[in-house]
Design a binder for this molecule. Structure first.
Ligand SMILES: NC(=O)c1ccc[n+]([C@@H]2O[C@H](COP(=O)([O-])OP(=O)(O)OC[C@H]3O[C@@H](n4cnc5c(N)ncnc54)[C@H](OP(=O)(O)O)[C@@H]3O)[C@@H](O)[C@H]2O)c1
Length: 261
């Protein structure tokens, strides 16, 4: 087997303490990358770092809240000081919650998702962009969601936060392309992680975090600009969008309700 293109590069993964981020950090370490793991829960980052070192991997961790620019910037600087400049940033940290209707919760929950899911990506990219521009190379990856393409009832905040990520990364891609920097937008369907543990409805095409990690890292390696997966869920979304308006409204209401009852 040839040397992995990730080998010996510093790769930062936000939201590495759980679920998909944890799975990607482990896979990247196995591929020989120097992995910089970032999240808020220090104990979980420590456990992951121990696991990575036990398999001979290279890892450095730093705690940060991605919604807080100063906190995230300090964490990235702390890791880069030890490991050198980051070649790849995977902005994965995210929060998924319903959007309740009472005013206080509506503002609080949707605000938290916009700050974490959308501004978290902006902060993660901003922390490494100047260095990438100076060096004329680098790769920025945002973990968005297929929810960016369809607003299920009750999930407005989550869908909006991810649709904003898609619009932002689509624009940034063209802005930084002439500077040798690549931008990839990853839109997964359902993945078995703590985020989906409370879902009651059916989750078509659901896959393990390990399988999703494998697919995402392959897409990053092959230079995909936008990667929507799995095919079965992407196909279902395309079909839904072909439905007449009255029927589509019923489906997005029923599916939204079944997810969060
Ligand atoms: N699971 C799915 O079905 C699915 C589908 C499509 C897209 N996604 C996306 O995939 C990404 C990973 O989600 P997951 O399913 O792996 O969820 P998860 O298991 O709940 O993990 C979320 C991760 O994000 C971190 N995080 C959350 N808020 C943060 C903050 N303010 N600052 C720093 N880190 C924060 C958490 O760490 P701490 O709590 O330790 O900070 C945790 O490591 C998310 O962007 C999610 O929207 C998930």
């Amino acid at each position: 087997m040839g040397r992995s293109p990730f080998a010996e590069k510093l790769i930062l993964v936000t939201g590495a303490s759980s679920g998909l981020g944890r799975a990607m950090a482990l896979d990247l370490a196995k591929a020989g990358a120097k992995v910089g793991i970032i999240a808020r829960r220090a104990n979980l980052l420590d456990e992951l770092a121990t696991e990575i070192r036990a398999i001979g991997g290279q890892v450095h961790s730093a705690c940060a809240d991605v919604a807080d620019w100063e906190s995230l910037r300090a964490a990235v600087q702390q890791i880069e000081m030890v490991c050198g400049p980051a070649e790849l940033m995977i902005a994965n940290a995210g929060l998924g919650a319903p959007s309740p209707l009472d005013a206080e919760s509506h503002v609080r929950e949707i605000g938290a998702m916009i700050r974490t899911n959308t501004m978290g990506v902006v902060h993660s990219f901003a922390a490494v962009l100047p260095g990438m521009v100076d060096r004329g190379r680098g790769h920025l990856v945002a973990i968005s969601s297929l929810a960016a393409y369809i607003p299920f009832a009750g999930e407005g905040g989550y869908s909006a936060s991810k649709a904003a990520v898609n619009a932002y990364t689509g624009s940034l891609r063209e802005q930084v392309r002439p500077m040798g920097i690549r931008v990839t937008t990853i839109c997964p369907g359902f993945i078995t992680t703590p985020m989906t543990a409370g879902n009651h409805g059916s989750m078509p095409g659901v896959m393990s975090a390990e399988k999703a990690s494998y697919k995402i890292l392959a897409a990053i390696q092959s230079g995909r600009e936008v990667y929507n997966f799995p095919l079965v869920t992407v196909g279902l979304l395309r079909l839904l969008n072909l439905l007449p308006g009255w029927l589509l409204r019923r489906v997005i209401t029923d599916l939204g309700e079944s997810k969060f009852d």
